[in-house]
Design a protein around this ligand. Structure first.
Ligand code: OOG
Ligand code: MG
Length: 258
């Protein structure tokens, strides 16, 4: 049994200062996945003590391609705070280590949703709208390389996120069929469809509720949920312009500044 508070202090400092760290599992062998989620929660408690606020949840590693490339074979969740949200699709590189962007489908909730028996149709009834979004992930681990326990403790690599301006009815389309193309500086670098996310992004929300039920948490009214990257994440450098083109639903133009 480890005392998790000093580990949370360590992670919090590296996140706040955007500093790389070695794997926690090297320094503290024996940490379990449960410990890692506990560390994640303690780190976010420290952010909240500093004036931040929990505004939602993110699912990660929900596509086979991402699980393969990161070497982690199961979905994970992380926490989204107000301070992580970009008001505009502009990412200053300052304050990041080696950021990457990934296209995601975001759900915004009008009603609380929780428990271990949530079905897809319960998700639709609790959803206010669905929006195109992107996430900036920025693992604090050297070389973006980690185990399941490491990445969970590091808030699932969460760094920033942006949710598009136009919300859509959950019934506007099949979110599994929505195509996404990612263009970097005019060149197509990734393409995919909502179905890459566990077959349908709504399943990601169902799994999130099950994972949250184990810690007595739930999705609260007004919260946003990022359902997980639809494609592989795209590396970013200063001056990049990345267009995230959601078929029929609009384009988010991301600019990366120094
Ligand atoms: C872990 C976070 C993955 C997603 O949407 O799959 C994630 C990582 O790849 O660093 O946010
Ligand atoms: Mg993500």
């Amino acid at each position: 049994m480890h005392d998790l508070a000093p580990i949370a202090d360590f992670v919090f400092q590296h996140q706040r200062e955007a500093r790389e760290m070695g794997r926690l599992t090297n320094q503290w062998p024996g940490l379990t996945v449960e410990d890692a989620y506990r560390i994640q929660a303690l780190v976010v408690d420290r952010m909240i003590a500093g004036g931040d606020r929990l505004v939602g949840w993110k699912m990660g590693l929900t596509s086979a391609a991402k699980q393969r490339s990161m070497g982690v074979a199961e979905p994970i969740y992380g926490r989204l705070t107000e301070g992580m949200e970009l008001a505009e699709p502009v990412l200053p590189l300052a304050g990041t280590i080696h950021p990457r962007v990934e296209p995601e489908v975001a759900f915004v909730f009008k009603r609380a949703l929780g428990g271990s028996a949530v079905r897809p149709r319960d998700v639709w009834l609790a959803t206010e709208c669905v929006l195109p979004a992107f996430e900036i992930i920025d693992s604090r681990y050297e070389n973006f390389s980690f185990t399941l326990v490491d990445v969970v403790a590091d808030n699932a690599s969460g760094c920033r996120f942006y949710v598009g301006e136009q919300g859509f009815s959950p019934y506007a389309c099949s979110w599994a069929d929505v195509g996404v193309v990612v263009k970097k500086n005019g060149e197509v670098v990734q393409a995919g469809a909502g179905a890459a996310v566990l077959g349908h992004p709504v399943r990601s929300v169902v799994i999130l509720t099950q994972m949250l039920a184990r810690i007595g948490a739930e999705i609260e009214p007004g919260m946003v949920v990022l359902t997980g990257g639809i494609t592989e994440a795209v590396h970013l450098a200063a001056g990049d312009r990345v267009d995230i083109v959601f078929d029929q639903l609009g384009t988010i133009p991301l600019r990366v500044t120094p």
